[in-house]
Write a protein that binds this ligand. Structure first.
Ligand code: ADP
Ligand code: ZN
Length: 289
């Protein structure tokens, strides 16, 4: 069966075609404009490919409760043209195929668990630090949804003494996304993160905030693998910093060799690279059929 996969992002929509084994054979990308402009382009692409199912890993927040009349909608996004838009309903109607649906980060977590850095784990956390911070959780062999879905990018962290930056999140004074996502780095230091690569103090602070959150995820969810992705984590010098700081913050409380002896294999980058999102979406389609 040919399967459609959509990684729906606030900036671009990546549409791909793949198969039951997670292979991606083709991908195209459209800028995220309004549904009126962008939906017909995507529908046209998938129609021409003759797919039997579609999976969507979507920016959020989204409604995942199947008992809700709003199931399949993007809900309160700042991308106003997409607020309350029923993306699942629209694709079902246009393509007449089953449509799997979850958050972009849950999709990526699923992809990494099935084919990537967390292969074989039954509990793993995927964190992306990019324009925002998102966290996908795979727990006891299934994606975690709960009441809505985890929004662990907004966990509250302790502002470091001397960091007077007010934070970028309109809801929280001191959440991880507001203090540590790409736009916060840019606003605090006055330059895009990529141009700050050689400024030690930038990554020292950044890795401290990430390590605080990762420590909390480890204590709360007991993951077998912690995956850190997203544009900001392209600063690879941060991995050893985050690993060291997590060990310091845990302070030997968790007596497990995976953490104490093999931290560099425990907190890792994603293995699927650019295909993580669409591979996850492909798996969401398969879960639906
Ligand atoms: P998105 O979150 O929009 O899906 P990304 O994960 O690429 O996309 O994140 C974009 C953010 O990551 C931007 O804020 C950008 O400044 C930052 N970024 C991208 N590349 C790098 C890099 N090499 N080093 C540091 N920051 C980066
Ligand atoms: Zn927040």
């Amino acid at each position: 069966m040919r399967i459609g996969a959509l990684e729906a992002g606030g900036t671009k929509m990546v549409c791909a075609i793949g198969d039951e084994n997670g292979n991606i054979e083709k991908r195209v990308s459209y800028p995220t404009q309004t549904p009126k402009e962008t939906m017909p382009q995507m529908v046209e692409f998938f129609k021409n490919e003759g797919i039997g199912a579609l999976g969507i890993g979507c920016f959020g927040p989204i409604e995942l409760n199947r008992n809700s009349p709003a199931y399949g909608c993007i809900t309160s996004t700042p991308k106003l043209a997409w607020a309350n838009y029923n993306i699942v309903g629209a694709f079902r109607e246009a393509l007449k195929v089953p449509v799997g649906f979850d958050t972009d980060v849950n999709g990526a977590a699923l992809g990494e668990v099935m084919y990537g850095a967390a292969k074989g784990c039954d509990t793993a956390v995927y964190i992306t630090i990019g324009t925002g911070v998102g966290v996908g959780v795979y727990a006891n062999g299934a994606l975690l949804h709960g009441l809505i879905h985890p929004e662990a990018g907004h966990v509250l962290i302790t502002r470091r003494h001397g960091d007077n930056y007010r934070g970028k999140c309109p809801f929280h004074e001191n959440c991880l996304e507001g203090l540590a996502a790409g736009p916060a780095i840019m606003e605090r230091w006055g330059k895009p993160a990529v141009e700050l690569a050689d400024r030690r103090e930038v990554w020292e602070l950044e890795s401290d905030y990430i390590a605080q959150a990762v420590t909390n995820y480890i204590l709360t969810l007991s993951p077998q693998k912690v995956i850190l992705g997203g544009g900001v984590m392209h600063q690879e010098q941060m991995f050893p910093l985050v690993q060291k700081k997590v060990l310091e913050k845990l302070n030997s409380y968790l007596q497990n060799d995976a953490i104490l002896k093999h931290i560099e294999e425990y907190i890792v980058p994603p293995a699927l690279g650019d295909n993580a999102g669409v591979t996850g979406a492909l798996l969401l389609a398969l879960q639906e059929v």
